[in-house]
Ligand binder design. Structure first.
Ligand code: GSH
Length: 316
């Protein structure tokens, strides 16, 4: 039974991360992030860029319009996902890999996101644990007793949006059957999406995912009780680390999905930890401000595109 995202569970099914690999398809200069305002992993990448004080250019990929499957994007990131980082014509993919790369390349100058050798194992452990929460299933699947709030209120669609993606990918496989690279990328993405859809539509599967998430959060509570957090530090070290970027974004989403009462107490250490995480400047800039961008810009744009596709709007 799949209890973690395919990216954490079955690395054989997805393309290996790229690190600073030259690509002819991307801008030759500057730091660019291909991302989507609401995407969990895009939020992590933005918090990291903000934390390091890096000036970056935004390139929004509209997931709801399936721009992540457009040939132009798939040639840059064959996983058909956001985020993708581009620096001076070179591509880095896979969120865990991207965050480590950014911290290694830019963190030393500002002494940010640096991990000492004796803390590394613990930081990596908590990075991996957060990245392996099956948040996509919790976002799109039905969880009894959870009250989702904006913008997640209508995401529980019994797997329909995943089925639509599987069907679209089948059409793209057909359309690009003579382009080996695109065809393979779409086939892999279809397998990943189908596995995720299966988890979402099976009630016993969803209960097992909730149960396993609760176990992980119990372990987080213990770590906050016994680790550096108690002495004014963070989850895995005395300084804010990549593990805290991961957990800030994950806990914010779980809270937005109405799962807090099912997963952690309002008087728990996790609640104290979320207060500290969400107040951080980089979190406000990388996550909260982009939610209002989504509300003000992306949502109307998507509505417009949709009504245009349906023939309800004309450009004048
Ligand atoms: N953790 C992996 C996966 C990223 C991922 O699943 N991104 C989601 C958004 S958070 C996505 O782009 N989904 C689009 C889709 O599945 O069609 C990575 O960083 O490469």
């Amino acid at each position: 039974m799949l209890l973690k995202p395919v990216y954490a569970n079955d690395r054989g099914l997805v393309d290996r991360p790229l690190t600073d690999v030259h690509s002819p398809w991307v801008p030759k200069e500057g730091v660019h992030l291909y991302h989507f305002p609401l995407s969990l992993d895009s939020q992590k990448a933005r918090v990291c860029l903000e934390e390091l004080g890096i000036l970056w250019e935004s390139r929004v990929i509209l997931l709801i319009a399936h721009q992540q499957y457009s040939p132009a994007y798939v040639r840059i990131n064959s996983r058909c996902v956001v985020p993708t980082l581009v620096i001076d014509g070179k591509v880095t993919t896979d969120t865990i890999n991207m965050l480590r790369y950014l911290a290694d390349r830019f963190g030393a100058d500002t002494d940010s996101l640096q991990t000492s050798d004796d803390e590394r194992i613990l930081v990596d452990y908590w990075v991996e644990k957060s990245a392996s929460l099956f948040i996509e299933a919790l976002t799109y699947g039905y969880v009894e007793g959870a009250q989702k709030s904006f913008p997640w209120s209508n995401t529980n669609d019994s797997g329909k949006s995943h089925l639509a993606k599987v069907n679209l990918l089948s059409k793209l496989i057909e359309k690009y059957q003579d382009d080996d690279a695109l065809k393979l990328a779409y086939e892999k993405k279809r397998a990943v999406t189908d596995a995720t859809r299966n988890a979402i539509v099976t009630p016993t599967h969803m209960s097992a995912i909730v149960e396993s998430t609760r176990d992980d959060l119990d372990e987080l509570e213990q770590q906050l009780n016994s680790g550096p957090f108690g002495a004014g530090g963070w989850v895995a070290s005395k300084d804010y680390s990549l593990a805290d970027i991961q957990w800030g974004v994950a806990l914010y989403r779980l809270q937005g999905l109405g799962l807090q009462p099912l997963l952690w107490g309002s008087d728990s250490k996790i609640s104290l930890y979320t207060g500290k995480l969400f107040a951080r400047d980089s979190f406000q800039r990388g996550v909260v401000e982009w939610l209002s961008v989504f509300r003000k810009v992306a949502m109307p744009m998507m509505r417009y595109k949709l009504s245009k596709a349906l023939g309800l709007t004309r450009d004048s």
